[in-house]
Write a protein that binds this ligand. Structure first.
Ligand SMILES: Cc1ncc(COP(=O)(O)O)c(C=O)c1O
Length: 394
């Protein structure tokens, strides 16, 4: 069976992680891996999650199957978290999924059932897993310009012009907030323009929402998507709880459908459950049960929001401090965009050779496209880091 197979290419981020672990330098810095880290470099369990987990341990009476939709109360709570009251509930359907990746995947397969081989437009650049997840679901991908490395801003006119070539029935994948890998987000006016274009051309918006709460705060981060809900009759959302609830390995996410009518939402949802059933049958329960408990308990949800806000503010401060340190080291505004961008990632704009020099000479680990994890920045070593980066960058 497997004698003619060639090994799959190694995952570059995982390879870099392994290299970092083996590096014996004590002052090494990991800016590669995409997980939130605290000031000690740890990715800890959030307080509310820990409390809910203990309660679940005491209260859970069965581990019987949950069904393809997963936990219905978790699904309802996720719908509320993402949309508030901005979409009519009779057109919204939510299915629990194994992480944001699982949600992207089953929604991709759902679209492929509706329109086999449909084209999904992706921003250039985008999260590298978008392409394999969506092509794995049977879809095709095309990309549109998105990011201006010289200014750190969105190339909005170019994006709209490229999407002008999209055909009815194509799909436009948008990052809900905190664009990965660039940190450059659409403004609310730009969201409106994209929503109107999608309606005018008959394109399906597909929102990947992996960093809700990491940019400007929970409600503000959802503004673009909530505006879209007012303009676009139908769209889909893949939400992840990995980062904002810090439950990465528990695989918690949700796939959402907003149908043009309640009847269409029902039909599409029945197909979505059938896709889930055919791939993994049912999502894992443990993480979603804990997240649900947090979202349903007034004390736990307050504590979760407070801790999430502490994380967000820490990243904002690191952005500002790092941009200041780079300004001082470079005597220029070249890196000022870092303070303006949002979420966990920004791109430094370095070449692969410069990135390799930083790793080899200074133990600074950055992935090949020069994306850095803001949460991994050493708060007390920013001047030193900035000097080393500027030295290789100039
Ligand atoms: C843009 C984006 N979408 C989706 C995901 C999926 O996250 P997960 O499958 O871990 O929930 C990630 C994770 O890094 C991401 O960065």
């Amino acid at each position: 069976m497997f004698e003619t197979m060639k090994p799959a290419p190694a995952d570059k981020i995982l390879a870099l992680m392994a290299q970092f672990r083996e590096d014996s330098r004590t002052d090494k810095v990991d800016l590669g891996v995409g997980v939130y880290k605290d000031e000690n470099g740890d990715t800890t369990v959030m307080r509310a999650i820990r409390a809910a987990e203990a309660r679940l341990h005491d209260k859970q009476t069965t581990k019987t199957y949950v069904g393809p939709q997963g936990d219905k109360e978790f699904c309802a709570a996720m719908g509320d978290l993402v949309f508030g009251n901005t979409v009519p509930k009779d057109r919204l359907r939510v299915c629990q999924a194994p992480g944001g990746s699982g949600a992207l995947s089953i929604l991709g397969m759902l679209i492929n059932r509706a329109r086999p081989g449909a084209t999904v437009w992706l921003s250039d650049p985008t999260w590298p897993n978008h392409t394999p997840l969506l092509t794995g679901a049977g879809l095709k991908t095309k990309s549109h310009p998105y990011y201006d490395a010289a200014t750190g801003e969105v190339l909005f006119d170019e994006m709209i012009e490229a999407l002008g070539a999209a055909e009815k029935g194509d799909v436009v994948l948008l990052h809900g907030c905190c664009h990965n890998p660039t940190g450059a987000d659409l403004t609310i006016d730009q969201w409106k323009a994209v929503a109107e274009l999608c309606v005018e051309k008959g394109l399906l918006p597909f929102i990947d929402f992996a960093y809700l709460g990491f940019g400007d705060g929970l409600d503000k981060d959802a503004e673009g998507l909530r505006l879209l809900a007012k303009i676009a009759p139908e769209f889909v959302v893949a939400a992840s709880c990995s980062k904002n609830f810090a439950v990465y390995r528990e695989r918690v996410g949700a796939a959402m459908i907003i149908g043009a009518t309640a009847a269409e939402a029902d039909t599409a949802f029945s197909q979505l459950l059938s896709v889930a059933r055919s791939v993994y049958s049912m999502p894992p329960d443990h993480g979603a049960a804990i997240v649900k408990m947090v979202m349903q308990d007034p004390e736990l949800i307050d504590d979760w929001k407070n801790e999430l806000e502490e994380m967000r503010r820490r990243m904002m401060q690191l952005r500002q401090d790092f941009a200041d340190a780079l300004r001082k080291a470079s005597n220029s505004d070249r890196f000022d965009f870092i303070a303006r961008q949002k979420g966990m990632f920004s791109r430094l704009g370095l070449s692969p050779e410069q990135i390799e020099t930083l790793r080899a000479e200074h133990g600074i680990y950055i992935i090949g496209d020069s994306r850095i994890n803001i949460a991994g920045l050493p708060g007390d070593g920013l001047d030193d880091l900035a000097r080393k980066i500027v030295a290789v960058a100039s």
